[in-house]
Design a protein around this ligand. Structure first.
Ligand code: ADP
Ligand code: MG
Length: 703
């Protein structure tokens, strides 16, 4: 459709989106106004307005080549779902017209009985429904009009990742506005959370990808001898981009821009074949939708270039895996970033309150923050000296830490040059922002005017972490509000000072500006009483602890049933993933590696025998040692694969999902590690041409 605009990016940008420009052009004025009101204030949309919007949307979509529409939603599978319906409507005379009604726009009923619901929806009561989210714009992809929707059960239980996110954004907005009012800010009527998710990914040749069952079935390699060169030269990070990759990146940008996704930065990452794309931040739910669409588009564009885009958190052992940095802040409808330190003391009071609310939120719900990033894939990264450890702490930088310390200790803050001090006149210190201090090892870092949550895995939706963050910050603001409520305006500075003093005393344990990758920190964190939850099975019991159930039900983010259904789904997903990995490993070792070992040791033995027959005195000790080593590996692998298969069978029969998840971690993952170690050694001895699958060397260095 819009390839014609390739040399006119402003025209190309958003050309596949039913955006504000299109709405204004296509909708009657009063309809446009009503829709805007719904988008901005969340007011109910009348059916006649919806009808009018549907007609305009369809006209625009058909003009732009769409034949179908779909309610696009985000079930608990981790990927998006869609079912396409065409616009055609027989007119009775053997011809068709293109039709789309308000009802079809607003609500859909996919027969969605097969999506995970964690017991929320009995299969006989399979009807879930999708409801239009007008705050995320509809777009056209592959001749289909995509309508972003929430997915719920008939009695209103959320079955997706969008519904609770929207709920959490609303709660945060309400609490933030209330707090701003209390602090004397009367202009703001809404606060939205903003997210900029930086996306890491790998690109490998798709022919090679198709030759490895582990990549095809698990998204990651399960074993593989390391290539002679890994990432130790640090020559890939920000390195010059190879032509084939550059062509991919260019096409990706164009495609994302068409969807109105503000792709901004692209570069090579640390590991060979690893790259990153960062967009400009957007409102949370739009950013979440756009990140899903980005991941999808990356795969599609990669295929066009004969490449496969790997979004798994740990596709290769021995080199970095991929994550996603969730840059997060709060922004008022008057355009103010609430985490911007600001220039006046009044702005600073506001900033300190919101900053402190985030610190409190992250400290109080550190377990939930960690859980929000938990998955079988991401467990391989957290704590592996490539990503933050599984302990949630906050990096504030020296300056802000000193500011908070000065408040805690009633000392004035003036040591640092960059600080403008306002002694006497104001109780709170006056400072300017400094974001030069960066600590890449912190899971939750303040970076000047936003926080960057760095625990996320590359493949997951960014929804969960933001649901937790929004809700926890809303709760902190609410508590602060009750502490400050009723304070006369002239005493507010002092009251805020006292509030922060109390709060920082209580929550400073979560602040850590040092190197998060060290052993000392793990010990220190334990002393401080911070959570260290290395694996998903460690996380899940916390997920259903009273304090966590309480906060999410209190704000109607989740019902109790929704929490327990999600708990089941998380565990099940983990167990299923590791079972698939184990079966795939057993298959690859048995049918790919063992025959290669056997063939090569046979060849070697035969060659040695031939040599001896030819020259009876010749030494064949090297061949003998090699055959012996290969044979030892053959035996070890055979036995261990048999054990692995037995354990798989046992776990498949387990009904207690928590116990099954622990067994997956303790038996299957450790079993697979031992097999991988032996397989890697054996593989390194065998010529490439005897291996039916490509090695790390080929996978990582051939593009
Ligand atoms: P870097 O981290 O590489 O220095 P930036 O700080 O410019 O780069 O931005 C990193 C990401 O953070 C980008 O996606 C950017 O859009 C996002 N970001 C910047 N400001 C905010 C904000 N107020 N809220 C959410 N995300 C933001
Ligand atoms: Mg960053």
């Amino acid at each position: 459709m819009s390839t014609t605009y390739e040399n006119d990016i402003p025209k190309l940008y958003g050309s596949c989106v039913f955006n504000d420009r299109e709405m204004r052009a296509k909708l009657p004025k009063d309809v446009y106004k009503a829709l805007k009101k719904t988008i901005e204030n969340g007011t109910h949309l009348e059916l006649d307005v919806a009808n009018s919007v549907a007609v305009a949307m369809k006209e625009w979509a058909v003009e732009n080549g769409a034949t179908h529409y779909t309610h696009w939603f985000q079930p608990m599978t981790g990927v998006t779902a869609e079912k396409h319906d065409s616009f055609i409507q027989p007119d009775g005379d053997g011809e068709v017209i293109m039709e789309f009604s308000g009802k079809e726009l607003v609500k859909g009923e996919p027969d969605a009985s097969s999506f995970p619901s964690g017991g929320l929806r009995a299969t006989f009561e399979a009807r879930g429904y999708t409801a239009w989210d007008p705050t995320s714009p509809a777009f056209i992809k592959d001749h289909t009009l995509y309508i972003p929707t929430a997915f719920c059960s008939y009695d209103g239980q959320a079955l997706d990742k969008k519904t609770p996110l929207l709920r959490s954004m609303e709660v945060l907005s309400e609490k933030a506005v209330k707090m701003l009012r209390l602090l004397g800010n009367n202009d703001v009527t809404g606060v939205s959370t903003t997210i900029g998710p930086e996306q890491e990914y790998f690109l490998i040749d798709s022919e090679l990808y198709n030759m490895r069952k582990d990549l095809v079935f698990c998204g990651r390699t399960l074993f593989g001898a390391p290539a002679p060169k890994g990432q130790e030269m640090e020559d890939h990070y920000f390195g010059s981009i190879k032509p084939r990759i550059a062509a991919f990146m260019h096409d990706l940008d164009l495609e994302l821009w068409k969807f109105g996704i503000p792709a901004k930065t692209k570069h090579n990452e640390v590991a060979p074949a690893q790259h990153e794309m960062a967009p400009i931040f957007e409102t949370a739910n739009v950013a979440v939708d756009h990140n899903q669409l980005t991941m999808d588009t990356m795969k599609k564009i990669a295929a066009r270039h004969g490449l496969m885009c790997l979004l798994h958190e740990k596709p290769f052992e021995g080199i970095n895996g991929s994550g996603k940095h969730n840059n997060w802040s709060m922004s008022t409808n008057t355009g103010e970033n609430l985490l911007n330190p600001g220039k006046t003391p009044a702005q600073n009071i506001q900033f300190l309150v919101f900053l402190m609310a985030v610190i409190k939120a992250v400290d109080d719900y550190a377990d939930m923050m960690r859980i929000s990033a938990a998955s079988a894939g991401n467990d391989h990264r957290l704590g592996g000296n490539e990503a933050p450890p599984a302990i949630v702490s906050i990096f504030l930088g020296d300056e802000l830490t000193a500011v908070l310390e000065s408040i805690e200790n009633d000392t004035y803050f003036g040591k640092h040059d960059k600080v403008e001090l306002d002694i006497g006149a104001h109780v709170l210190p006056h400072f300017t922002k400094d974001n030069t201090d960066r600590n890449r090892t912190s899971p939750f870092a303040f970076t000047g005017n936003k926080f960057e949550f760095r625990m996320l895995g590359s493949s997951s939706s960014v929804s969960n972490p933001n649901i937790v963050l929004n809700t926890a910050v809303a709760e902190a603001l609410d508590q602060f509000y009750s502490e400050l409520e009723g304070t006369p305006a002239e005493d507010m500075e002092h009251a805020v000072h006292e509030l922060i003093k109390r709060a920082i005393k209580k929550h400073k344990k979560v602040i850590f500006n040092g190197n998060g990758y060290t052993e000392e920190w793990i010990k220190e964190a334990e002393k401080r009483g911070l959570y260290n939850l290395p694996s998903l099975p460690d996380c899940m019991p916390k997920f259903i602890e009273d304090k966590n159930v309480e906060i999410f039900t209190k704000y109607n983010i989740f019902t109790k049933e929704e929490i327990f259904s999600r708990y089941e789904i998380f565990l099940e997903n983990y167990v299923k993933t590791i079972l698939i990995e184990s079966r795939t490993m057993a298959d690859m070792i048995t049918r790919d590696l063992l025959p290669a070992i056997s063939e090569f040791s046979g060849d070697t033995a035969l060659n040695a025998a031939n040599k001896k027959a030819f020259l009876p005195n010749i030494k064949t000790t090297a061949e003998e040692a090699l055959v012996k080593k290969l044979n030892d590996s053959y035996i070890y692998l055979t036995e261990n694969v048999a054990n692995l298969k037995d354990s798989v069978k046992e776990i498949e029969c387990m009904e207690d999902m928590q116990a099954a998840a622990e067994a997956c971690r303790d038996t299957l993952l450790t079993g697979m590690d031992a097999i991988a170690a032996c397989a890697n050694e054996a593989e390194a001895l065998i010529p490439d041409e005897l291996l039916p699958y490509p090695t790390y060397e080929k996978l990582l260095f051939s593009v």
